[in-house]
Design a protein around this ligand. Structure first.
Ligand code: URP
Ligand code: ZN
Ligand code: ZN
Ligand code: ZN
Length: 469
């Protein structure tokens, strides 16, 4: 099967050119100014459209059990929603398993969750919920045999790691060619503040945010950066940054040449702490919490100047109906996380590209190419090079779209972005050459997604640093 995408504006992370693109089977076979259609080619008219590498969302939590509840999007509904929004690859975070379980145990669980369900290609981040010799020994096989080249460390929640455990893990991850990713929040400070609020009867959602002020996050970011340096310069990726002080610490580390990268999410760029004054404030419980509007401006500077590397979603769905039941008496009983996997591309295209803050190339870098390079997927994913998988999204800048949850494909019962007007719309999504979504609706086959064996981090390091500001 050959498909010819004609007359579009091809966008990669470095340039925009009007060009044609030919797909043969699952891959891009040619990019050229004027490819002559042949009888066996299906021609897609892309005039007036941006043709870009499909989105790569490296932060989702499908099917995760967070103790208080299990997120209601699995690899079927979650990846279907992703596809409708222009995302063609996800890297999901393995959740915690039984106490003491091995890395391979969780990998097996996650393969079972995703196989026969995912409709786009996928991988997983490993999770390090304790550190001992056996876990450290397993890491090399996870990278080299299983293709899992990144691991998550939590500094809060049930299986938070202490500093010696973090140091041991970081040293070993560097040795075996894996990226450490971290949820940075100071658990002890949060626990103290939370218990004080609850003792005073301060149980409203607002106190969720007040119990985790931005200093808790920024302190943990600074600590992780220094521990990564002490561990010999381990590559470190900071997830879901919500504030400017944390970004300042990252910038200091980057300026000193330390291999540190940082992600933010649409909710921190577009929503703020005013949401905790609303009657439906429980819809916005997540960690780190939403911040004052002034922090959004600082994150947008990071987006425009280049110090922020990736925009991902942290998609983790708990319906509002469930939040109301669990969080009614006390904010700390409400499971944490927001849905958004279907809206990331549209929101950033609208608020970034259409608003004039960033170029379409920077959009591609943030949503696709940089995550592909950092997490061992590039150039198979995140590029328009001949030989790459034909994972594409076509955006129409002339169409507006209002976000309504009733039109989305996840299993939530609300969207945190309800009523947002997005300028520009993903009108076609292709995954390995298949058309899997058109005009916001899924058109692909069930369970067609494949597990992607990712490359070790070292092989990507030069490329990943290339293009870093
Ligand atoms: O509140 C959040 N972000 N929930 C999902 C899990 C995590 O911390 O990333
Ligand atoms: Zn987190
Ligand atoms: Zn997360
Ligand atoms: Zn639909």
């Amino acid at each position: 099967m050959r498909r010819l995408i004609r007359g579009g504006m091809l966008v990669d992370d470095a340039k925009i050119v009007r060009s044609d693109l030919l797909i043969e089977g699952e891959c891009i076979s040619q990019v050229a100014i004027n490819i002559i259609p042949e009888p066996d080619m299906e021609v897609i008219d892309a005039s007036g459209l941006y043709v870009m590498p499909g989105g790569i969302d490296v932060h989702t939590h499908f099917n995760i059990d967070v103790g208080l509840a299990r997120s209601c999007d699995d690899f079927s509904s979650g990846t279907r929603a992703a596809a409708c929004g222009g995302t063609t690859t996800i890297i999901d975070h393995m959740g915690f398993g039984p106490t003491g379980c091995s890395l391979h145990h969780q990998l097996k669980v996650y393969h079972e969750y995703a196989a026969q369900k995912a409709v786009i290609d996928y991988s997983f981040h490993g999770v390090i919920q304790h550190v001992d010799d056996a876990i450290l020994d397993e890491m090399r096989a996870m990278v080299e045999e299983e293709g899992i080249s990144s691991f998550k460390l939590y500094l809060t929640y049930q299986y938070k790691l202490d500093d010696p455990a973090v140091l041991r893990a970081l040293r070993r991850l560097k040795e075996v060619g894996a990226m450490a990713t971290v949820h940075p929040e100071n658990d002890a400070a949060i626990a103290l503040r939370r218990s004080e609020f609850l003792a005073q009867g301060k149980i409203a959602p607002l106190y969720h945010a007040l119990s985790r002020p931005l200093e808790c996050e920024a302190e943990a970011i600074a600590r992780m950066i220094n521990l990564a340096k002490l561990a010999g310069g381990s590559p470190l990726y900071i997830v879901h940054l919500s504030n400017g002080l944390g970004l300042d610490y990252v910038k200091l580390a980057k300026a000193a040449g330390q291999p540190v990268w940082v992600e933010t999410c649409p909710q921190y760029l577009l929503l703020d702490e005013q949401c905790y004054q609303r009657d439906d404030a429980l819809k916005f419980i997540l960690s780190p919490p939403l911040r004052p509007k002034s922090e959004q401006d600082k994150l947008w500077v990071g987006i425009t100047e280049g110090s922020l590397d990736v925009v991902a979603t942290d998609h983790c769905t708990f319906p509002y109906a469930q939040r109301q039941i669990l969080g009614k008496e006390d904010f700390s009983r409400c499971p944490n996380g927001l849905p958004g996997v279907e809206n990331r591309m549209s929101l950033l295209f609208s608020e970034g590209v259409m608003s004039g803050r960033i170029s379409a190339s920077r959009f591609v870098e943030l949503t696709s190419t940089k995550p592909a390079k950092l997490f061992g997927l590039w150039p198979r994913k995140g590029s328009l090079l001949p030989g790459a998988d034909a994972d594409l999204v076509l955006f129409d800048p002339r169409q507006n779209d209002v976000i309504r949850h009733q039109n989305l494909h996840d299993n939530a019962d609300y969207s945190p972005y309800e009523g947002f007007v997005c300028r520009g719309k993903p009108v076609l999504t292709l995954s390995r050459g298949d058309i899997i979504a058109r005009d916001g609706h899924f058109t692909g086959q069930a369970a067609r997604g494949k597990f992607i064996h990712r490359q070790p981090f070292q092989h990507q390091e030069k490329e990943a640093q290339y293009g870093q500001s």
